[in-house]
Design a protein around this ligand. Sequence first.
Ligand code: UGA
Length: 455
Amino acid sequence: SGAPRPRLAFLGTGYLGTTYAICFAEMGYEVLGFDVDIDKIARLTDGEVPFHEPGLEELLKRNLAAGRLKFCTNLAQTAEFGDVHFICVGTPQRVDGMGADLSYIEAVVSGLARHLTRKALIVGKSTVPVGTAEWVEQLVGKHAPAELGVEVAWSPEFLQEGFAVEDVLRPNRIVAGVNSEWASSMLYAAHKGVLDLAATEDRDLPVVVTDFATAELVKVAANAFLATKVSFINAMAEVCEVAGGDVTQLARAIGYDPRIGNRFLQAGVGFGGGCLPKDIRAFQARAQELGAGEALRFLHEVDLINQRRRTRVLQLAADLLACRCGPAGPDLSGTRIAVLGATFKPNSDDVRDAPSLAVAALLAKAGAYVHVYDPQGMHNARRAQPDLTYAPTMTDAVRDADLVCVLTEWADFRNADPHALGTLVTHRRIIDGRNCLDPALWIQAGWEYRGMGRP
Ligand code: UGA
């Protein structure tokens, strides 16, 4: 329709804010991305996405050229620009415990509020402990000129790294935590592009309009459920390991029941990344504060199952290499191990809480000489784990290895030729930490194969 579209500001150009800013510009909105990081803003302005996300850089360049998308480090300019301000800054795990650090939210919201000169909507997108939206509303009340009537809404996001563009343009639902008609209509206008696209493609796009607390909880509940699903199948893997079952077939069989569903049932070295692990901890900490700690006690178990997957690889390695087990655990000294994969999942360069890197560190600590290779994550891995040895190619990592561990399911590894790799190693031994290889193929090529939760 002819109604003017609101101008959208995205505050915090991390993973979330950058992807949203670019994708909303692609839908035709006038967009401004703000960050305090001068270097990041300079790179974005030059058309460079500071992380690996398929398809995103092309969209960035196109929308910069079209003049719909700009970036800046100036809060006053951002306040002046936006009708709707999306708060996309990080909420990392607090150094003193399991809760979330809200200092970035506090800084950006109070700074923005002080600079506002007209009515605007501030929309929280960051993952936060329940109760934060109300606190943000108080912050805005304290710092924004009262006569402007600035309002707050909460609209969590569910994008997955590696699929971020698609997830933002074609989300499977929109959640709108609002407490006024005006906020609701502004939020609707800000999402009209997404809703129109769904209508054009004849897709259902449900909008759940709710209160602040529910909107905040939807996000952490969704991530807690996903983490639980992964740990559930990994728990089944543990049982399969002692009972002699095959968890991949088990997952396939239970997944045919639509009430269970076949996705997120991939057993392996467990979940990592910047969201699932920290979110389940922050959720427990918040529930505890609110007096409902018992309700989320199972998430502690979800975390423990997830951690055990990492030590499982260490045990398997010791087993395959026939290493002795000392009082401090297996002794892998004198062995050479190739670790394929450093990112927490494929199609990403993100190594935050990556099971692959954690396992590499465990193997190294047990005395093995570990060579790590990853198609996209080398730069970040080197910074996160500078003590490990990195190989420039898969071939270099695997050469002279006594054992190969595939810990992230990159296509390069899934499609690797077992015969070709076999000529490089000292012994054909492989741990498939993601159950992403065809065991028959590797066994035929003379490899000793160990999967996760498979005989
Ligand atoms: C996750 C959620 O999936 C998104 O919906 C959410 O928006 C996002 O967190 C967030 O809070 O921002 P992401 O961290 O990109 O997205 O990663 P996932 O694809 O969920 O994978 C998480 C981890 O679980 C990875 O390490 C992956 O290897 C592991 N995983 C996933 C498994 O081990 N098995 C599976 O079956 C699925």
